[in-house]
Design a protein around this ligand. Sequence first.
Ligand SMILES: Cc1cc2nc3c(=O)[nH]c(=O)nc-3n(C[C@H](O)[C@H](O)[C@H](O)COP(=O)(O)OP(=O)(O)OC[C@H]3O[C@@H](n4cnc5c(N)ncnc54)[C@H](O)[C@@H]3O)c2cc1C
Length: 266
Amino acid sequence: MNDLNCVVTNIIPVSPIMKIIRVKPIDWELPEYKAGQFVALALPGSAPKCESATEEFKEPDPDKLIKRAYSIASSSSQDYVEFYITLVHSGSLTPRIFALEIGDKIWMGKKAVGMFTLDQIDPELNVILIATGTGVAPYMSMLRSNALSRKGKVMVIHGAANSWDLGYSSELSLLETMFPNFSYHPTITRVEKEPAGWSGDTRFIDAIWQDDVVEKAWGFKPEPENTQIFLCGNPNMTNGMTEILETQGYKEHKKKDPGQIHIEKF
Ligand SMILES: Cc1cc2nc3c(=O)[nH]c(=O)nc-3n(C[C@H](O)[C@H](O)[C@H](O)COP(=O)(O)OP(=O)(O)OC[C@H]3O[C@@H](n4cnc5c(N)ncnc54)[C@H](O)[C@@H]3O)c2cc1C
């Protein structure tokens, strides 16, 4: 199909329902984008679906592109774009993305958009990047771009169901050993399913926050005056954390009314 302007160059299965996928443009230049932004991906309704797909809410038009937004996980200096995607079994696009193989084609929007970026934030300030599931994708783009050259501290708190759902955990653990200003705190909530056990955190993100995990990692308490907080992923987490943070003096960031809480809901 002529509309499909990219080729899949790499697929890394993270878990049965999560994949890291890289795509490269076919005969066009990737535009500049900021780490943290997202683009649209699309496949036509006629594209085959993966085996574990369940019935769709509504059969799509076979000739029309099904478009959805995906955060970019790669650094803006690469000639490919990487995504970290969860399969929604009853969804329209993800079962089709999960049927793709290396060499297959996919459509990608040519313009990345979004305000969920670090570029407006004073490099002296600390940043806390909180995610559930594939919500860690925009943070990987930030860390792989220039987030770790900031003067302030950077921390990733990543929650998932199981340890194998913690995509990028090896890379994040490695970054923690390399950069003294960076900390990584993973947590899983279904520890009973871990075949080899799990010695890390098993609390929900709000409980971790209330237990001052950041203060324990940094040696000082993050305050609205010195820290910006990013929340990405499941709306239950982003809403719950926003409520807690607001009681602690943090305020949602708006273009015309700057605050310290930046939110991207998937
Ligand atoms: C800014 C942004 C960035 C994002 N980045 C990522 C990312 O990096 N990785 C990622 O995995 N996801 C990301 N998402 C989510 C992504 O855009 C899709 O929403 C997700 O992949 C599901 O798409 P789908 O087509 O498979 O499911 P959809 O077809 O959108 O369906 C989702 C669910 O809704 C149900 N449904 C569909 N239609 C109806 C209806 N009419 N009534 C009731 N229920 C219905 C379906 O059965 C299914 O359970 C992002 C979203 C946003 C907004």
